[in-house]
Design a binder for this molecule. Structure first.
Ligand code: PLP
Length: 459
């Protein structure tokens, strides 16, 4: 298997980034029932080649520029193999002490490497701490549940019907999902505009909250984003905290993609104000060379989280130890801290910061080419590794044709978004092995496709 993995990475550039097979192809080559008799490992490896790879979208290709990156690295892969071998279900300290204790230490290492506020450190005096969730969606959901528990303290149960949550209209849909799961009836999406670079305006938030209070509602939860999905917009955390605090509302900051940027001290200004928030999360599995899944989450006070999620049961806690089952939705949990241990040790924080800078510089290079091409325009300012652009003066149909033709080339894969009701194309630089030559490939494919489309449109 290790040979297969090494071989895969050595030939990944020769594979089309997106598979060309028709929908249903993979199902058609799989038998309809499990075999009664065991198959050999060799025949399984043949299936990897003949049945699995033809259906893979190659997220690890250096010319994969769609959505946001999902980094992999050999240190993280090897750690995951070891974690798979140990296969411990570390829901409590007793269930596997190293699972809990290494996670506490890794979250502190990561918090320090990113310059996060001391109140988040597990090792600092105070009620803060960190936990690894599977995904940012889970982090937003548990933050919402903690906010609800905190706000409902001492209130009659019917007050739950008056709770209101807030986020900008650029917030990831995991906010809406969390509100639905948490049975929040009043869910606000504060409008954003290009003038404010698609970021939440604190005045608009304040206005929405005031109006709700006048209507007898209870603001309880705000999600601010550093690095929105569509354009990597950055909500002003300090100003959001100031507004939310007036209503004792809980603030969670979701930096799913952008959080890794804090490894580079000169990019930490994007995170100014974090010292005032109740919780914060980002995905090392996006842009920190840590294979999926790994969402680092910190809380300033673990009390509300435990109030929301701790159920006393047959599992008697060891006194004084963290039982991470009380910080998450499921009981069982994987040994994800081991991936962080390998990645942080085998790269070191200095190289990880350089890694982030490298992608930001590549994105800046692509953005400058877009800005210099009179046929194109930036649809949002380039932020970190993301460039959002479109054909100047063209309608959505033309931009969609461009997107489809670029992706049909098989050489690169990019995605799109709707911004202010108009289609825009997204090129997210951040692949584990992406270099300038790969950005050059994206530029070359874009140029050819623009010419082809112009040629096709000509009379
Ligand atoms: N939040 C933001 C800002 C995102 O960009 C994404 C996904 O790209 C998510 C949340 C959801 O991430 P996850 O898959 O970890 O739930």
């Amino acid at each position: 298997m290790v040979d297969f993995i090494c071989d895969y990475y050595s030939r990944i550039q020769s594979l089309p980034v997106v598979p060309h097979n028709k929908n249903g192809y993979i199902k058609s080559v799989l038998p309809s029932e499990a075999p009664e008799e065991p198959k050999s490992f060799e025949s399984m490896m043949e299936d990897m080649e003949g049945k699995v790879l033809p259906g893979v979208t190659h997220w690890q290709s250096p010319t994969f520029f769609a959505w946001y990156p999902a980094n992999s690295s050999f240190p993280a892969m090897l750690a995951d193999m070891a974690a798979g071998a140990l296969n411990m279900i570390g829901f409590s300290h007793q269930a596997s002490p190293v699972g809990t204790e290494m996670e506490e230490v890794m979250l502190d290492w990561l918090a320090k490497a990113c310059g996060l506020p001391t109140r988040f450190h597990v090792g600092a005096p105070g009620p803060g701490g960190g936990v690894i969730q599977g995904t940012s969606s889970e982090a937003v959901l548990v933050a919402l549940l903690a906010a609800r528990a905190r706000t409902m303290r001492g209130r009659p149960p019917e007050d739950a019907l008056r709770l209101v949550a807030y986020a900008s209209d650029q917030t990831h849909f995991c906010y809406d999902k969390a509100c639905r799961i948490g049975a929040v009836r009043h869910v606000r999406h504060v409008a954003t505009t290009l003038d404010a670079d698609w970021a939440l305006r604190a005045d608009d938030l304040a206005h929405a909250m005031r109006r709700d209070v006048e209507d007898g509602l209870i603001p309880f939860f705000v999600v601010a984003t550093v690095g929105t999905t569509a354009t990597c917009a950055v909500d002003p955390i300090a100003a959001v905290v100031e507004v939310a605090t007036m209503h004792s509302a809980y603030v969670h900051v979701d930096a799913a993609y952008a959080g890794s940027a804090a490894l580079a001290p000169e990019l930490r200004h994007l995170f100014a104000g974090l010292e005032g928030v109740d919780s914060y999360s980002f995905n090392p599995h996006k842009w920190m060379l840590t294979n999926f899944d790994c969402c680092a989450m910190w809380v300033a006070d673990r009390g509300p989280l435990l109030e929301a999620l701790s159920i006393s049961s047959y599992l008697v806690p060891d006194s004084g130890s963290i039982d991470y089952k009380d910080w998450q939705i499921p009981l069982g949990r994987r040994f994800r801290a081991l991936k962080l241990y390998f990645v942080l040790n085998m790269y070191g924080t200095r190289a990880l910061a350089s890694y982030v800078r490298h992608h930001v510089a590549l994105a800046a290079e692509f953005a400058s080419r877009v800005a210099a091409d009179s046929r194109l325009e930036l649809a949002a300012p380039q932020c970190l590794g993301l460039v959002v652009f479109r054909v100047r003066g063209a309608d959505d149909a033309r931009n969609r044709a461009l997107l489809n033709a670029i992706n049909a080339s098989g050489r690169v894969f990019i995605s799109s978004t709707m911004l202010g009701g108009r289609l825009a194309l997204r090129l997210a630089v951040g692949g584990s092995n992406t270099q300038l030559r790969d950005v050059d490939v994206a530029w070359e494919v874009l140029q050819h496709t623009l010419e082809d489309i112009a040629g096709a449109a000509a009379p």
